[in-house]
Ligand binder design. Structure first.
Ligand code: NI
Length: 149
């Protein structure tokens, strides 16, 4: 038997963010008006990310969509995003590219395949510098999606 789990010590770290983003974030916290502070709000975001990560099912077949928004002027980002996708042709069912404005592109990928491959692809794409916004929405194709039932 291991020792009882100790209450987590608080760790401090500093984060660099654009000033505008911080102002907006503080305004968002203030709007919620429940005496929460920045640290608490960031802890909430971290918890949500960790919970989402735990719902991954790498050993099952999954379907999902991945949305990302990026500035295509960022280095050779467009080419690198394309290169990665060409390694996952079995999993990428379809893609849609929307030129949002002079800088920004939105790309939506429909995905289907082994969870491990889908998550690997999403991590690679969403982890690239210059991808401003990205989200993978995914579900295991279990009995709940068995349309023949
Ligand atoms: Ni574009």
């Amino acid at each position: 038997m291991g020792a009882p789990e100790a209450a987590g010590e608080l760790a401090r770290f500093s984060v660099a963010v654009p000033e505008d983003m911080l102002k907006e974030f503080d305004a968002l916290i203030a709007r919620r008006g429940d005496a929460r502070n920045r640290s608490e709000a960031i802890r909430d975001l971290m918890r949500a990310a960790l919970v989402r990560d735990r719902t991954r099912t790498p050993h099952e077949e999954v379907i999902g969509s991945l949305t990302m928004i990026y500035d295509h002027h960022t280095g050779d980002l467009s080419r690198r995003l394309g290169d990665i996708q060409h390694d996952y042709t079995d999993e990428i069912v379809s893609t849609m590219h929307v030129h949002l404005d002079h800088h920004n592109c939105m790309e939506i990928l429909a995905l289907k395949g082994a969870g491990s491959r889908i998550y690997e692809l999403a991590d690679k794409l969403l982890g690239m510098r210059g991808v401003h916004h990205g989200e993978l929405t995914c579900a295991a194709t279990g009995t709940s999606l068995d349309l023949t039932a």
